[in-house]
Ligand binder design. Structure first.
Ligand code: PMP
Length: 438
């Protein structure tokens, strides 16, 4: 099968006239995979996308993470429909918010209190404000290549080493703000130690994706999170886990209780940021943590955070329904098994065709890095063949397999993917890798 997409091309030309760059989020553009028109989708059902030219694609993009039960899951659709019929926005509290808060607390023991917001960006941004309010300190330490949304403080790149301050990663961010951020390499406890020694007295929080989802899927090395938490607390700073991708992605819970970390039960961050899956595909974010830290937040405390749309009944209903589906027995095991089959087959094909490929898989998601070395930090993820990824991406798209258009993004499985989808994808990947080997 080879897809042809004249209508997408036409719509892209039109979109460029009206929407900046033709897209409402830069990661949707095909800039990183050689440019041209992105695919305009018109419908999605289960594991499939249908584009405006009536091509069908198996979806592994999954909207960058929120989609885990397949598109238009009947239980979620019914919940959203019910919410719409009851009025979509009140500006008052609802019982639904308590239901979702209780579900989150039951799955994430470190949450004494939560607050719902509208996106992962807002959730992360607010955890930083709350940590600063609680510690009365200013600086943040983050890890290179971890993405935490687009608020000023976390759009800051590494300085030249662990003892230097950050530089803005985007125009429009004052250097003074970037100077409040220190960036160290992921999986590098020595770098963190040096940064804390240099800046520790003014560090409000260390922010981390405990399992990285933003330069591929990358596990923390054994002892990294334990060391991070111990050092951070020793310095009097708070630990913030950004679980916007990892929350409910690998099991019913977060990386805080992930059984791939045998000794990690004791690690509880002070604050956690959530988003994506907990809204079942509608806009949502949430943050929460220890009672005395969360009580910094207005109306109880001096740290202000608000939102007209926050906790809206449609997003909350969709989130509750999504978690209902994920709570069923066997759901994660099935995604895990399908992802294992797919990831192993892609790696075998690459080896057979002599294409250097590293596959990092964690349960039902994985990343494909065109390189011969392991990928454990951002430098190693950058040092991979972007042109090979672009070629692979396009060869897959032509065969009706939709991946994220970036070498740094993961493949996500859903409860809707079938053995037949996996078989088709394995065949497509084998074709693509064979062509790449030529
Ligand atoms: N944190 C992480 C770990 C993310 O992956 C993302 C989005 N990809 C965000 C925060 C920001 O979430 P949103 O796009 O909902 O603002």
């Amino acid at each position: 099968m080879t897809t042809s997409r004249p209508h997408s091309e036409q719509l892209y030309a039109e979109a460029l006239q009206h929407i900046v760059g033709g897209v409402n989020s830069p990661s949707r553009s095909f800039k990183a995979v050689g440019g041209g028109a992105p695919v305009f989708m018109k419908r999605a059902q289960g594991a499939y996308f249908y584009d405006v030219d009536d091509n069908r694609y198996i979806d592994y993009l999954c909207a960058y993470g929120p989609i885990i039960t397949g598109h238009a899951h009947p239980h979620i659709t019914a919940a959203i429909t019910r919410a719409a019929e009851n009025g979509v926005l009140y500006g008052t509290p609802t019982e639904l918010e308590i239901t979702l808060a209780k579900k989150l607390k039951a799955a994430i023991p470190s949450l004494d209190k939560v607050r719902f917001v509208n996106s992962g960006t807002e959730a992360v941004m607010t955890t930083i404000r709350v940590a600063r309010a609680y510690t009365k300190r200013n600086k943040i330490i983050k890890f290179a290549g971890c993405y935490h949304g687009h608020s000023d403080l976390v759009l800051v790149a590494a300085g030249s080493g662990p003892s230097t301050l950050g530089i803005p990663d985007s125009a429009g961010i004052p250097t003074s703000i970037a100077h409040e951020v220190i960036t160290v390499p992921f999986n590098d406890l020595e770098g963190l130690k040096q940064a804390l020694e240099r800046w520790g007295d003014d560090v409000a929080a260390v922010m981390v994706e405990p399992i990285v989802g933003n330069f591929g899927m990358v596990m923390p090395k054994p002892g990294f999170l334990e060391g991070l938490c111990a050092m951070t607390r020793e310095a009097g700073a708070l630990v913030i886990y950004d679980e916007v991708i990892t929350g409910f992605r690998f099991h019913y819970g977060t990386s805080q209780t992930f059984d791939a970390f045998p000794d990690h039960a004791a690690i509880e961050p002070d604050l956690t940021a959530l988003g994506k899956i907990i809204g079942g595909g509608l806009p949502i974010g949430a943050y929460g943590g220890r009672r005395e830290v969360m009580e910094q937040v207005a109306p109880l405390g001096p740290a202000y955070q608000a939102g007209t749309m926050a906790g809206n009944p449609a997003s909350i209903s969709s989130g509750i329904a999504c978690l209902d589906v994920l709570e069923q027995p066997g759901v994660y095991e099935r995604m895990d098994a399908l992802a294992a089959k797919l990831a192993n087959a892609i790696k075998d094909s690459a080896d057979r065709h002599g294409v250097p490929l590293t596959v990092n898989r964690i349960r039902g998601s994985f990343s494909t890095h065109f390189c011969a070395h392991p990928v454990t930090n951002y430098d190693e993820a950058q040092d991979t063949d972007g042109e090979a990824f672009a070629q692979f991406f396009r060869l897959m798209l032509e065969q009706g397999i939709c991946l994220a258009p970036s070498k740094y993004e993961a493949w996500f499985l859903t409860t809707a993917h079938t053995e037949a989808d996996i078989a088709l994808t394995i065949e497509a990947a084998d074709n693509a890798l064979r062509q790449m080997a030529r």
